[in-house]
Ligand binder design. Sequence first.
Ligand code: NAD
Length: 280
Amino acid sequence: MSSVPDISLNGGTTIPQLGFGVYQVKPEQTVEAVSTALEVGYRHIDTAEMYQNEAEVGEAVESFGRSKVFVTSKLNNGFHKPDDARRAFDETLAKLRSDFVDLFLIHWPLPTLYDGDYVSTWNTLAEFLSDGRAKAIGVSNFQVAHLERLAAETGVVPAVNQIEVHPYLTNEHVRAYGADNDIVTEAWSPIAQGQVLDDPAIGKIASAVGKTPAQVVLRWHIQRGDVIFPKSTTPSRIKENFEIFDFELDDDAVDALSALDKGEQGRTGPNPDTFDYLPD
Ligand code: NAD
């Protein structure tokens, strides 16, 4: 089995570059899906309070061995006020059956809510870093302006920024800010929830290298240096998505995939500047 590279985070810890995402995995499917992924060799699980499956992730990880797995979770949108964030973090740890999380993120910046204040939320996550209950902290869906504001108003640099990235939305501007400022980019929806897999240009490269379109796109992310965690509940796909370390794309193939970028039109999820969803 080929091994997954570790990527260094600015606080001194490391993260496996390939993980397993559990967005839209139903709670009743989660223990089995995560256990399958861990058996295949994944050692990094990406969950969130919003996904409503932290408890099942905790169950699967506990039975496999907590110390062997890197676990990320995220603060839900309704809990940005500092006291709410503290309570929500306690609950996340309880559900994960752990006294720490490897990485904890602000899920969305919500610049149109909370009087535009995501800074006090960020300072609250810094408390979890200081007390050791979060081994690293970061953000998700932050645009460059949001990151610049954290840099100007706080002394803590996010370890990661988890953003939508795939061949139809290469998100270069936000990735470049991360690269320049020691913030690792995590690419969510790395295969655009399957939407890029029928692209003829990707199919052509896949045939040429003898891999599937999904493997080619995931490999493209790896060679660009981003952290990814594709999601599937199908065991054969969970395995397929892990088998991306026994081949390489040449520069032309990497460039051809990057050239599929459609800018904002390629976005499949919400725009972080306007997203204002609050759970009930
Ligand atoms: P994804 O790009 O990983 O696509 C998942 C879907 O693609 C699956 O449901 C399946 O239908 C299909 N698929 C998976 N493997 C395949 C294969 N080998 N062949 C064919 N089809 C395949 O999408 P995602 O789940 O949205 O993103 C991955 C993870 O990123 C999530 O599980 C979550 O952890 C994270 N995420 C974070 C945010 C955020 O706001 N921070 C948003 C979305 C997703």
